[in-house]
Design a protein around this ligand. Structure first.
Ligand code: FES
Length: 482
């Protein structure tokens, strides 16, 4: 499954770290947040090195829909009710500043990355809710309005418009922006102690350390695994589906999203919690198939050119954690919990963390502080702990070991072996791969994901390919069967 961005942009390979080095700041993770943070720090005169376990832009950045917008669903009205006007204003202004900062950097650096200014819309069947949201957003200073008619082929009572947002090609952008940065690829971090980052190929001494790794992999301090879960969603690139002007997303769980890239319509939806089937799902391999069925219905003449999926970290109050990693680690910083809004959240992180490291005041930092207390976290932690227990004890599609030979090609299952449970997958050419299905992060039982042919963790969202190689953290190692 290769995204339209990966198909249309190749980023030059960087060398791995090959000695011990010293820098002012080490950024762990070479996705959009890591690269932007390094760029902002270098511009402020802070000598920075990026340490990336694989290739830069090779994680969630290549799987985004690349909408640069401060419109994060229908949220302003709720945000004001729950957290007050101050916090809501900080959140919205930070994200609106992020939109403008992208435009500024792209112009300043002369980056050719298909940047287009577009209006952003959230559509819904609930007119009252839309009107309340438009009013709340306008009160917070956004150029927002209620539009009675949304130009998309699904029923709705209208949409809330945020004017003059943007869309771009994320890999072309990252490719150009990273040109003059110090980056080490294939340099997985194994351990972090105070000011030392130990990698598989050397160590880095740094005054400040930034964790920009999608999901923070150090469990203690911070305990981010108790404060976030992960969700997956799916995208199709469709040719011959007409042209759409603007970026659209629906309100609610089953909402669809639409945006244009060149001659392709990027058509997204089918979100669900990682490691779980969607509620009511009756058959395996359902997410892509359901999205394809919707595409056939709405765009019968379209052709699919690419399909891919993305994984998002979600906090209980839906606000990212950006700032100090933990109170007893004043020189560690974290950027995570971006939900579906990775582009603006990455830029907000880069600006806040740059200011914190440089000792400058940042007007929005408080709203994103990881040390904030959120009453919504308590039921969320209880719920997530329940998931963890469920994950540890889950029994589904278990078959005896000898039955693995009878698995249909292209299918995976959990088998009972004489030493306990194992996961097996049979390739189309009948080769069987066996993996350990205990998640190396904190021990939950992994679930087979037939859409992606991966082993996914229902607790905190780690993922592994059918051979057992690690695809996404917080786990730090693979699940190879001993
Ligand atoms: Fe935490 Fe698997 S990701 S137990």
């Amino acid at each position: 499954m290769e995204s339209i961005w990966s198909k249309t942009c190749e980023i030059q390979k960087r060398l791995s770290l090959d000695s011990d080095i010293e820098v002012d700041a080490a950024v762990i993770g070479g996705g959009m947040a890591g690269i932007l943070t390094a760029y902002q720090l270098e511009c402020a005169g802070v000598r920075t090195a990026v340490l990336e376990a694989g290739r830069i832009g090779g994680g969630q950045t290549k799987n985004t829909t690349a909408k640069i917008t401060s419109q994060h669903g229908i949220f302003c009205h709720d945000f004001i009710q729950k957290k007050g006007r101050d916090a809501a204003g900080q959140y919205v202004r930070a994200n609106q500043a992020a939109v403008e900062e992208y435009k500024r950097i792209i112009q300043k650096e002369g980056i050719d990355c298909d940047l287009e200014e577009k209006d952003s819309y959230v559509y819904s069947q609930d007119e009252k809710k839309l009107k309340e949201e438009a009013e709340a957003a306008a009160e917070l200073g956004v150029e927002a309005s209620f539009e009675p008619c949304a130009k998309i082929p699904v029923p709705c009572a209208g949409a809330v418009k945020f004017a003059r947002q943007a869309q771009f090609h994320p890999l072309k952008f990252i490719c150009a922006l990273s040109e003059n940065l110090t980056i080490y690829e294939d340099t997985a971090v194994k351990e972090v102690e105070e000011h030392t980052v130990k990698t598989v190929c050397g160590s880095v001494q740094a005054d400040k350390i930034v964790f920009a790794t999608h999901f923070p992999f150090i469990n203690f301090p911070g305990m981010y695994f108790t404060r976030m879960h992960q969700e997956r969603s799916y995208v199709l690139a469709l040719e011959n589906a007409g042209m759409i002007n603007g970026m659209y997303i629906g309100d609610g769980k089953d909402a669809l999203s639409f945006r244009q890239f060149d001659r392709y319509l990027l058509f997204g939806g089918e979100g669900h919690r990682t490691g779980e089937k969607k509620e009511g799902e009756k058959y395996e391999g359902g997410s892509y198939e359901r999205l394809r069925a919707a595409a056939r219905e709405l765009y019968p003449k379209s052709r699919e050119t690419a399909c891919w999926s993305a994984q998002d970290c979600v906090t209980a109050d839906k606000v990212p954690f950006i700032g100090r990693y933990a109170s007893d680690r004043p020189d560690w910083f974290v950027a995570t919990g971006f939900q579906k809004w990775g582009m603006t959240s990455s830029m907000v992180s880069a600006m806040i963390i740059r200011d914190m490291i440089c000792g400058s005041e940042n007007p929005w930092a408080e709203a994103f502080s990881p040390s904030r207390f959120s009453a919504e976290e308590i039921p969320q932690i209880m719920k997530d702990s329940g998931k963890a227990v469920k994950g540890l004890t889950k029994r589904f599609f278990h078959i005896p070991d000898e039955s693995a030979a009878r698995l249909a090609p292209g299918h995976g299952a959990v088998v009972e072996t004489e030493y306990g449970k194992a996961g097996v997958y049979k390739t189309e050419d009948q080769k069987i791969y066996k993996v350990d299905i205990v998640c190396p992060h904190l021990g939950c039982e992994l679930a087979w994901n037939p859409d992606e042919k991966t082993w996914d963790c229902p607790c905190h969202g780690s993922r592994f390919d059918y051979k057992g190689n690690l695809l996404e953290g917080p786990a730090q190692e693979g699940i190879h069967y001993e």
